[in-house]
Design a protein around this ligand. Structure first.
Ligand SMILES: [Zn+2]
Length: 533
């Protein structure tokens, strides 16, 4: 009986100075069943050890704390996983063996240590070179050739000189010393020129646009008779985008990023370049995902948050000096706790795989994740807002006057996040559509374990926005760059066109999946057949 072994998983736990290894091994037993073993734990103590298994032998040599060699002897090696025969060498007794050079990295995510092992080479041979197109789906003919440069223009528009990050953003200890890297955009500087063979050219283009970081003026006051800017954005100081809007006596911040360190760095950059004594009078949180609220204390202290009910604020919309009104969508706090506290450790761990955030930043590693670069490793908290917005009866809309600005909110629960709203700045005809309109198609079933999203709810929410605010002049998203209506007297409003495309994409996705599932197709088959028109 031939026995096939396949090493299908490695785990390694660094306990003090001892190493404990466990290997998941898959093989066929004499009856042809696939068996798994994963209970082999060994303490090695920095020495070459020899461990006898019933059918195979593993020797391990510790090279350094992040690199070791695993020598695998097998009784029979007709098929040892995905490795070709040349992976093996033979000792003097004709026993076949393979030596894997394994690299070890460990990161912390929300209290949990994550370990990653990856095979760098075996028997001294480097991993085989990847052929162009091997790791991404085929790209429709003409798609790349026919790209216009609208996104390139918009992503760079309004850039405020010298606001690009020139250093990493660090977390600090109580003495102010740097203790860890919170955000490192410079590590993506290698992304120049055409896409390499290992990277999908569409993602490469997107991530070059996402690399553009700094302070951007979205709406200059000159358009309505002033001289300074009305709306600014800090982009790619984090995964999400932070928007800063001029109000009567200060500034309103929309989405204070995912980390205190990145939000603080963005706010400092804004003050240096726009308003040295800038005062935050309100913070609006578009939805219950961590990249949009956890950095709040980088900008304000939680003690500054105005304690007021919606009813009282509507009756008397005054924000006292040195207080900050914080408004979030209905059910924000419960939903944030539900996703990010009860399931926080699990979601953080899975997010590391989803974003590839522990992979090296290079052509074979992580280059970005479409929506933005990656999640940072920073600190932050969930803080209760002043109030969660209840809408007017039998309507999804509610208008508040916040520090002199008339702002209409649209409740859009169960879309990209379970608690989310769109924000319309009536004075500026500017729409912040939360995360429901971006320059990508959002995943509907996320691999990090966020609540499943309903494409119909996306489409309906966007449709309602189009019907309510037909004069939109700029869309200020919470990721990526804005979309402007360039020709104010033209027959086409680019903002509305962009919204229609997003609306129709989600609805089409919904309808086609229903059509295909009723034809008897499964998840994988639908994914392969589905094409956008
Ligand atoms: Zn986000």
């Amino acid at each position: 009986m031939k026995v096939d072994y396949k090493i299908c998983g490695f785990k390694c736990i660094n306990k003090n100075t001892k190493y404990s290894f466990s290997f998941d091994i898959m093989y066929h037993n004499e009856n042809g069943y696939i068996c798994y073993e994963n209970d082999s734990n060994y303490n090695l103590d920095y020495e070459i050890s020899k461990i006898k298994f019933s059918e195979y032998t593993i020797r391990t040599k510790i090279e350094s704390t992040d690199k070791f060699y695993l020598q695998v002897f097998c009784k029979e090696i007709d098929a040892l996983g995905p490795l070709s025969d040349e992976a093996f060498e033979y000792d003097s007794n004709s026993n076949a063996y393979a030596v894997f050079e394994i690299h070890y990295s460990e990161i912390s995510a929300n209290g949990a240590k994550l370990k990653f092992l990856y095979v760098e080479s075996f028997n001294g041979k480097q991993k085989p070179k990847i052929k162009k197109g091997e790791y991404y789906p085929s790209i429709p003919d003409g798609l790349i050739e026919n790209w216009d440069n609208v996104d390139e223009v918009n992503a760079g528009k309004g850039y405020v000189e010298n606001t690009k990050l020139t250093d990493k953003i660090y977390t600090k200890n109580s003495n102010g010393d740097n203790v860890a890297v919170a955000w490192d955009i410079l590590s993506y500087d290698f992304m120049q020129g055409e896409a390499p063979d290992t990277v999908n050219p569409i993602l490469w283009r997107m991530e070059k646009l996402n690399n553009l970081n700094g302070l951007f003026q979205v709406l200059p006051e000159i358009e309505i008779g002033g001289k300074d800017g009305l709306i600014y954005q800090i982009r790619t100081y984090d995964l999400a985008t932070m928007t800063i809007v001029k109000s009567k006596s200060g500034w309103i911040v929309i989405d204070p990023l995912g980390g205190k360190e990145t939000a603080a760095a963005g706010w400092v950059r804004f003050k240096q370049n726009v308003d040295a004594t800038a005062k935050v009078c309100a913070i609006l949180i578009t939805h219950s995902h961590v990249d949009h609220y956890k950095g709040m204390e980088g900008i304000i202290s939680s003690a500054d948050i105005l304690n007021v009910s919606q009813k009282d604020f509507c009756a008397n919309p005054l924000i006292p000096e040195n207080k900050v009104l914080v408004v979030a969508p209905n059910s924000f706090y419960d939903e944030a706790i539900s996703e990010n506290l009860y399931l926080g450790n699990c979601m953080s761990r899975r997010a590391v795989y989803m974003y590839g955030s522990s992979l090296p930043h290079d052509n074979c590693g992580q280059i970005g994740c479409g929506l933005g670069k990656t999640v940072g490793t920073y600190t932050g908290s969930l803080i209760q807002p002043s109030f969660e917005l209840e809408m007017e009866e039998e309507s999804n809309f509610m208008t508040l006057t916040i520090d002199g600005l008339i702002i209409t909110f649209q409740n859009v629960p169960g879309t990209e996040a379970p608690a989310e709203f769109h924000i319309y700045l009536n004075d500026y005809d500017a729409l912040c559509p939360g995360e429901n309109i971006t320059h990508t198609m959002h995943n509907l079933l996320t691999s990090r374990g966020a609540k499943v999203r309903d494409p119909k709810a996306f489409a309906k929410a966007i449709d309602n926005t189009i019907n309510k605010f037909s004069n939109i002049q700029v869309i200020i998203g919470t990721h990526h760059w804005p979309t402007w209506n360039e020709d104010k007297n033209g027959s086409i409003n680019e903002c509305i066109e962009m919204m229609k495309k997003q609306r129709d994409m989600y609805q089409y996705f919904n309808d086609q999946v229903i059509r295909m599932v009723n034809k008897g197709m499964n998840m994988e088959e639908i994914a392969e057949e589905f094409k956008l028109p």
